[in-house]
Design a protein around this ligand. Structure first.
Ligand SMILES: Cc1ncc(COP(=O)(O)O)c(C=O)c1O
Length: 395
């Protein structure tokens, strides 16, 4: 049989997302899964979304193509929200609406990177970003994430040693997977380094509004115009809206618009109108976010308390002040890929740290647990099963 024509070279650098692969196993009903990374569907405001859809559909423009950078009404809404956050007036020409913030990452890679460019990523890193930068044929340099976010001393050492990244990617708030938040001091240093060494920062922030007790510090984007900020309606409203946004200097937005024309022509006018209505219904949104924050906050507390109770100092945890994940590392040499095999037999799943490592074999002692979709009882059962799996490795 003749061989098929070749596939593109950029695929050589890409790995399938271990999490997406794992999700097929964890869909089995007997498995309690802490492996996903999904918002709780019970907390997705379906009735309010239905109302917004019905109202949007009254307008024939909702079912048409819309402008490539996004429906102007939504860009204005986002510009107003971002102005409040960034303490400056953000013009709607600095805002571009994307198909979730994942598309923003992909479009940014196309306009900011050439093959072979260096990209600094966090290690462990958000797998969706690692995939995008690998497919852009970038050279990835991983910087460890500590309890206070990206280790800026380590970044500075790389720069002093001669690394010249085109961009630095950071999930500044309630990190996926490492659950840490970049401290104010580190934000200021990152902004200063971007200015000094002339690189872009992508501040990827889908979780910033899901804080539990206190909002996170000001965005890095409020400290430097080298920072492109991404956020999304996925975690606060619904992933299915596929509505994310970026705030960038106007010339960058223009460049993205060009690339986006060839990618999808435009986003969904219907979804953009729905998102605009939901994001401007301030009293409703505040009450909705309060419910999400308190539910996730309670579950995070339950999970951490159960882990501490079961494992004590055998498990070192990063703080969880918001978001959807708890990141923990075994101090007794447990290999979490082996632990996962034992855990699946007992009926609990998580994502092993190696899935987020920039280099093969990193974070073999760590794991990510998502607490958003399980009740307190289920979380406690999950930790009990995890404990039994851990014991079974020692038998
Ligand atoms: C850090 C981070 N960035 C971006 C995304 C993409 O989200 P979406 O495309 O749904 O906005 C996610 C999703 O989990 C994420 O964790």
């Amino acid at each position: 049989m003749p061989a098929y024509p070749r596939l593109a070279a950029r695929l050589d650098e890409m790995r399938s997302s271990a999490i997406r692969d794992l999700l097929t196993v964890t869909a089995r009903p007997e498995i309690v899964s802490l492996a996903g990374g999904l918002p709780d569907p019970e907390l997705v405001p379906r009735d309010r979304i239905t109302e917004a859809a019905q109202r949007a559909l009254q307008n024939l423009d909702s079912i048409q193509y819309t402008e490539t950078p996004g429906w102007a009404g939504l860009r204005e809404v986002v510009a107003a929200r971002e102005s409040a956050l960034l303490d400056r007036t953000v013009d709607s020409n600095e805002v571009l609406i994307t198909h979730g913030s994942q598309q923003a990452l992909s479009l940014l890679a196309q306009v900011l990177l050439d093959p072979g460019d260096t990209v600094v990523v966090e290690d462990p890193g958000y797998t969706g970003a690692l995939q995008v930068f690998r497919s852009a044929q970038a050279r990835l340099v991983g910087i460890p994430v500590t309890a206070e976010g990206m280790d800026i001393d380590a970044l500075e050492s790389e720069l002093v040693a001669g690394a010249r990244p085109a961009l630095v990617h950071t999930v500044s708030n309630f990190h996926n997977p490492a659950s840490a938040t970049l401290s104010m001091l580190r934000r200021a240093r990152l902004a200063e380094l971007a200015q000094r060494y002339g690189f872009w920062v992508i501040e990827d922030d889908p979780y910033g509004e899901i804080w539990f007790d206190n909002p996170p510090p000001k965005p890095v984007a409020s400290l430097s115009d080298r920072v492109i900020r991404l956020s999304s309606a996925s975690k606060i409203l619904a992933p299915a809206l596929r509505t994310g946004w970026l705030v960038a200097p106007e010339h960058v937005c223009k460049a993205i618009e060009l690339v986006k024309q060839g990618t999808d022509l435009c986003g969904s006018a219907l979804n953009h109108r729905m998102a605009a209505e939901l994001l401007t219904d301030e009293d409703w949104l505040a009450a909705h976010l309060d419910t999400v924050r308190s539910s996730y906050g309670r579950r995070a507390t339950t999970l951490r308390a159960a882990l501490l109770d079961r494992f004590g100092d055998v498990l070192a945890m990063h703080p969880v002040d918001g978001g959807m994940f708890c990141w923990a590392s075994f101090t007794d040499g447990t290999d979490t890929e082996s632990l996962l095999r034992a855990a699946l037999d007992i009926g609990v799943a998580f994502v092993p740290g190696s899935a987020f490592a920039v280099d093969v074999n990193g974070y073999g002692d760590s794991l990510r647990m998502c607490f958003t979709t399980a009740s307190d009882e289920v979380l406690m059962e999950a930790v009990d099963r995890l404990g039994r799996a851990h014991d079974s490795l020692r038998d």
